[in-house]
Design a protein around this ligand. Structure first.
Ligand SMILES: [Zn+2]
Ligand SMILES: [Zn+2]
Length: 122
């Protein structure tokens, strides 16, 4: 039985999220432009749709060729934007596609809201 829908924020969910949420870096983990979060909800345990969180605004970056990527990285270096290390927190809400009882119309997931901290360094 799936747990009931609830938007009550529990510190436990944020704590657990550090191990249930998977972290990926785009385009690579050396100098990420974006953080991809996926994995499982810390409360209901259901799969979360992967979400991309941009660290820098680069229009059309996901379709960049290697050359365009190198050009952009050169521009970041000129602007003194250092992406080789960082410490960012992201607020997420469960986006599972399973059914949870008492869920208001138009909402999705189990209602859990949690924060994921992502730290990277060379
Ligand atoms: Zn769920
Ligand atoms: Zn959930």
């Amino acid at each position: 039985m799936a747990i009931e829908y609830s938007e009550v924020v529990r510190p436990d969910d944020t704590e657990k999220a550090q191990s249930t949420i998977t972290v990926g870096f785009f385009p690579d983990d050396r100098r990420p432009w974006a953080v991809d979060l996926g994995g499982r909800c810390p409360r209901c345990g259901h799969d979360q749709p992967e979400s991309r969180h941009w660290l820098v605004a680069v229009a059309g970056a996901s379709k960049f060729s290697q050359t365009q990527r190198e050009q952009a990285e050169a521009e970041f270096a000129e602007l003194d934007i250092d992406l080789s290390s960082g410490d960012e927190s992201f607020d997420l809400r469960c986006g599972c596609s399973e059914k949870h009882a008492h869920r208001p119309h138009g909402k999705s997931g189990c209602g859990a809201a949690y924060r994921v901290r992502v730290v990277w360094a060379p």
